[in-house]
Write a protein that binds this ligand. Structure first.
Ligand code: SAH
Ligand code: DHB
Ligand code: MG
Length: 222
């Protein structure tokens, strides 16, 4: 492990490829000032999410786990005119910060932050036969990943993309005897994805300013 090296390489690529952005910097600063945990995606990861949504041509995006709206800003900026995004968050204080950040980013008309336990909001979307999403970013409480994968499958149209953050858990994901609830949540989600013929998936380990981690990328078939 060499966190300093990962930081400097992340900084090299981000400063080269991602223009300085006062809106995103302001969103990160507001989240910090409000005392929110420092666990948002990095700039390079935000850009990756944005590119994936853009490559997909996503018109409807669902995010599970808003925090201060940092990843939501990256994703919502991938939306075409007329597109929309829904982001689910259980903590009122996080939702409040996110709404302020999205308003400052000029995205309040395109992004709704819905307050409440994500599993309840997702069940309500299924019950209401909501129009399916093209892109789902799962990034909330990790023990619930299996629940979120199941809902994401129900709520995503064929060709849709599902991304799950933080799946490496310091490498503990490969330990079948782990009793950590977050690790178990990832492992159960992986088993479900593997057993689901409609999903084609891979996982990538990552290093960078967020340490050693990784994400799952899945595409929904017919
Ligand atoms: N996607 C954000 C980071 C999300 S951090 C970004 O990269 O900018 C995880 C968020 O999930 C936290 O804000 C936490 O409050 C929220 N969360 C945790 N449990 C939840 C639940 N059951 N339902 C909805 N949100 C939840
Ligand atoms: C944590 C959560 C995240 O979504 C993340 O990207 C990093 C860390 C956490 O709960 O520690
Ligand atoms: Mg995360």
């Amino acid at each position: 492990m060499n966190q300093q090296l990962w930081d400097s390489v992340d900084e090299y690529f981000a400063s080269s490829l991602i223009p300085a952005d006062p809106v995103l910097a302001g969103a990160a600063e507001r989240a910090r000032a409000a005392g929110l945990p420092h666990i948002a995606v990095s700039p390079s990861q935000g850009r990756l999410l944005q590119l994936l949504a853009r490559i997909r041509g996503a018109r409807r995006i669902l995010e599970i786990g808003t925090l201060g709206g940092y990843s939501a800003i990256w994703l919502a900026r991938a939306l075409p005119a007329g597109g929309s995004m829904l982001s689910l968050e259980v903590e009122p204080r996080h939702a409040e910060v996110a709404r302020a950040n999205l308003a400052d980013a000029g995205l309040a008309d395109r992004v709704e932050v819905r307050l409440g336990p994500a599993a309840e909001s997702l069940a309500a979307l299924v019950a209401a036969q909501a129009e399916p999403f093209d892109f789902v970013f799962i990034d909330a409480d990790k023990p619930s990943n299996p629940v979120y994968v199941e809902f994401a499958l129900h709520l995503t149209r064929p060709g849709g993309v599902i991304v799950i953050d933080n799946v490496v858990r310091q490498g503990e994901v490969a330990d079948p005897s782990s009793e950590d609830a977050s690790v178990r949540g990832v492992q159960r989600a992986v088993e479900m994805i593997a057993a689901e013929p409609r999903l084609t998936a891979t996982a990538q380990q990552t290093v960078g300013e967020k340490g050693y981690d990784g994400f799952i990328l899945a595409v929904v078939g017919d």
